[in-house]
Ligand binder design. Structure first.
Ligand code: ZN
Length: 204
């Protein structure tokens, strides 16, 4: 089982990071040991002083495929979840400066919060768009909608499957909208798709 993540897939987030909008999807990966399920608590790692939340819609892949054509891409989506791509921003900045890979900033244990999964047709509005948000201690800090994606779900599936075989059960974290920020021990994060609460994550 593989976990793909997409960087800078909402223009407003690329802007807040002072990063250029990419011309192709930016892909990185997390190992299965990164998953944090069942509303489990998250323990603040000792190696960072600036841990950030990034709320993201997550695709679960329905079946195996490679070199998937755009017109078939939607049939590879099994269901949708909501998650957090926890990021050690201080370490990521150092990695970026040196041109190093950023796995130690992004792919550590429990860095990928994941909710239960729901059918796409149950959560999309009449135009096929999905709205989602994150609260920190009851206050909304991020709010996104798939209509603002730079690369939509189909384009991500086409692009990723050029390089990697997709397998049933693989996950794709589809990128975060603006509003990323630091967490502190004692915080409670809650993720929503529309009005529906998808996960709670306490920082310990
Ligand atoms: Zn992310």
């Amino acid at each position: 089982m593989k976990i793909f993540c997409i960087g800078r897939n909402y223009a407003d987030h690329a802007k807040e990071m002072n990063s250029p909008v990419p011309s192709q999807p930016m892909i990185f990966m997390k190992p299965p040991t990164a998953l944090l399920k069942n509303n489990d608590d998250f323990y603040y790692p000792e190696f960072t002083k600036n841990l950030h939340y990034e709320v993201e819609l997550v695709l679960k892949i329905a079946k195996n495929g490679k070199m998937i054509a755009g017109k078939f891409a939607d049939s590879y989506i099994d269901s949708i979840g909501l998650g957090i791509d926890f990021t050690a921003r201080d370490i990521q900045s150092k990695c970026k400066e040196k041109g190093h890979p950023w796995e130690i900033a992004k792919s550590f244990d429990n860095s990928a919060v994941i909710s239960q999964f729901v059918a796409l047709e149950d959560i999309a509005d009449e135009d096929g768009n999905i709205g989602f948000s994150l609260t920190q201690n009851g206050k909304e800090v991020q709010n996104g909608n798939t209509r603002d994606l730079i690369f939509d779900f189909s384009k991500l599936i086409v692009h990723i499957s050029k390089y990697f075989s997709l397998q049933k059960g693989d996950l794709i974290y589809t990128g975060t909208p603006a509003g990323v920020g630091p967490v502190a021990i004692g915080d409670e994060l809650k993720g929503y798709i529309g009005e529906e609460e998808m996960f709670t994550c306490k920082i310990m």
